[in-house]
Design a protein around this ligand. Structure first.
Ligand SMILES: N[C@@H](CCC(=O)N[C@@H](CS)C(=O)NCC(=O)O)C(=O)O
Length: 214
């Protein structure tokens, strides 16, 4: 049984839960972080000194944190090819795109765009900074558009861990009121992801609790 600490409206928790759902693993999740608190207690900090979510324990394993590391752990322990290939080069191909999405697309979207649009009071929003951040994200989404036109999924023809790292960001990207360039391949890809039950359950989650109003 997996134990997971993290509120369901955290984007990192969403990536983790989507993976857990795709792998069909039993779990128990505790709401921790943001308005639920609980991530600044001595007990929690002993599990994760960063005070961030998610944290995962597999049975009575040591606590794991850093979403990318947790996803690789779960995929390696419970997943198989093509989701997470055993062969080194094939795995690296998936991992390359997973890492790319995590440290590029997610970082270019979450703080610079999502936080400025949803987690900033309208009177304090900076439209120029948002527009500039969208330009930076657009360069990355152009890469995704080109890659997705070569295969149905980010790392090729099959759904893999890389799709979890890119796809979980797309719900918020397509949902918030920002300027979006027309990218038919990315849009079709996103629409396909929305047909996956685990995506609907764990990623298409309201972020209203996070909204800052004037
Ligand atoms: N690099 C870490 C980042 C974790 C992180 O920043 N988590 C956010 C939620 S997405 C958090 O814990 N925020 C504080 C809170 O929820 O109270 C990871 O990928 O797991």
């Amino acid at each position: 049984m997996l134990t997971i600490w993290g509120r369901k409206n955290s984007s990192n928790v969403q990536a983790l839960m989507w993976c857990v759902g795709e792998l069909g693993l039993p779990y128990e999740r505790h709401d921790v972080g943001h308005r639920y608190g609980g991530n600044d207690t001595a007990e929690f900090l002993a599990m994760n000194p960063n005070g961030t979510v998610p944290v995962l324990r597999d049975g009575d394993s040591e606590p794991l944190w850093e979403t990318g590391a947790i996803l690789r752990y779960l995929a390696g322990r419970y997943g198989s090819a093509p989701f997470w290939p055993a062969e080194g080069l094939a795995r690296a191909r998936v991992d390359k795109w997973a890492e790319w999405a995590k440290i590029n697309v997610t970082l270019a979207f979450s703080g610079p765009i999502f936080s400025r649009v949803v987690r900033t009071a309208p009177s304090k929003q900076d439209p120029a900074a948002i527009a500039q951040a969208i330009v930076a994200l657009d360069r990355l989404l152009d890469i995704a558009e080109a890659q997705l036109s070569r295969g149905a999924f980010l790392a090729g023809d099959h759904f893999t861990l890389a799709d979890i790292q890119l796809g979980h960001v797309l719900y918020r990207y397509f949902d918030i009121p920002i300027e979006r360039q027309d990218r038919p391949v990315l849009r079709r890809y996103y629409d396909t992801l929305t047909t996956r039950p685990a995506f609907r359950e764990h990623v298409m989650v309201s972020y209203e609790e996070l909204r800052v109003t004037d």
